[in-house]
Ligand binder design. Sequence first.
Ligand code: FES
Length: 574
Amino acid sequence: MSTRVKLRSQGWFGLKDRDGFAHRSWMKNQGYPHDLFDGRPVIGICNTWSELTPCNGHFRDIAEWVKRGVWEQGGFPLEFPVMSLGETNLRPTAMLFRNLASMDVEESIRGNPIDGVVLLMGCDKTTPSLLMGAASCDLPAIGVSGGPMLNGRYKDRELGSGTGVWQMSEDVRAGKMPIEEFFAAEAGAARSKGHCMTMGTASTMACMVEALGMALPGNAAIPAVDARRYTLAQLTGRRIVQMVREDLRMSQILKRRNFENAIRALAAVGGSTNAVIHLIALAGRIGVPLALDDFDKIGSHVSNVVDIQPSGKHLMEDFYYAGGLPVVLRQLADKGILDTSALTVNGRTMGENIADAECWNREVIHAYEHPFKAHAGIAVLHGNLCPDGAVIKPSAASPNLMVHRGRAVVFETIEEFHSRIDDEKLDIDENCVMVLKNCGPRGYPGMAEVGNMPLPPKVLKKGITDMVRISDARMSGTAYGTVVLHVAPEAAAGGPLALVQSGDMIALDVPARKIHLEVDDAALAKRRASWKAPAAPARGYYRLYHDHVLQANQGADLDFLVGGSGAPIPRESH
Ligand code: FES
């Protein structure tokens, strides 16, 4: 089949001079025959495999299936590594390196003889970093997620990634679970290849990839070890070759309507607040206007139909067997709240892709008329504490705390929080509002997932499991609670959060989308006069990040990375 455009890989492999010799000859040391350089589409397989990113530990296998599909369609697959961001090991937080990894992806694609790219994504930040980097190149691109782990199991109970850990660690702190049991549960909580199997950030972002139209239908939920995950990878390999021949680029798919669909899907699956930051950053790379308030306007009235942890009780394996994301999207379409005309990577519209989706288990995917939680999308709060906004996930919060007024108990850093929270003398009760500062993009640095601060033991012992918590941090998608996150501007950037003191009264009113620090402007101005910004990191990437990171409401991208540069062929290297 012919290709509509002259392929950029021919700018390397099609040369008949010394440079062409170099580009082809050294590739031939891997055993590739001469005819592979004849002008067929060269497909990069962008791999985030790493043994330090256990959620992506099976990606070399997935890449092999992608390659099968590429070969079948007459393409030439070339796998390449990029920085891999593992949520469980990487410190101080994988989010610090999302933008760095996206630069790696962008420059690896642009600098190499690649005509189209398959993005292998799994653990939380590996999805947005690959999408963002690829978007700034704007070649034909398609995602394959690694798939969730099988449902966790320990003794007689199901264990959800993250969510089960939060619950058990509170039990240990409350003296209800021996530490030996806690250790023993570790292997049961992660008993197969794959990423977190709750609707945490990885599963949420896999849903976003599918809802955006950037992956083949069904991508979000197939378990990592299910043979159908490998079939999907093979079909993806076939499809990317066709996309190159059609010159179907990312910017032709990722329109505003695709992002709006993703926002609705985010609400319908009860997805992670982290998706807010990643979608805004991705939109910025591809030139689609998307604001924090869009999440409230477009998504907050959409109901959550998926009963899955952390909001519910089931897990991703159950979600797949119930029909997965296509069912959810079809239900939204049937209610007229999905743009079915949105184009997707297979060349069909979203409406065409989901027309036949059927639900097999109404306990897991509820009918839209009988939702799991009504009006469950992300709520965006405003007020004098967060002039540029803050978010809360009502589906993971306690209804009785959605309107609440309480005395602030302030922690200047997460270390201070850890050193004081177990102290029986700490002046705190369940009506207080826990406030954590200096955990935003610049302050941590990297905006760590520490916003869901554990409750003080003396409150836990009363059987109370939730309190209002406010911070400029993020929260794991697997976490839950009445937690106000992403306060912008952050404390370290001089936002009003920096000025809160223990004893101040704070009023939260989620239905009215308000959060108010009950301190008058004159008192705040006085406090501001004596406020000092924390010291910036001395050097290296930390310094670059500190000096250029945007606030959470703008996606926390680096300011100079917003937008794209396409993929013109760079000048020769020798
Ligand atoms: Fe990798 Fe949750 S830790 S997806």
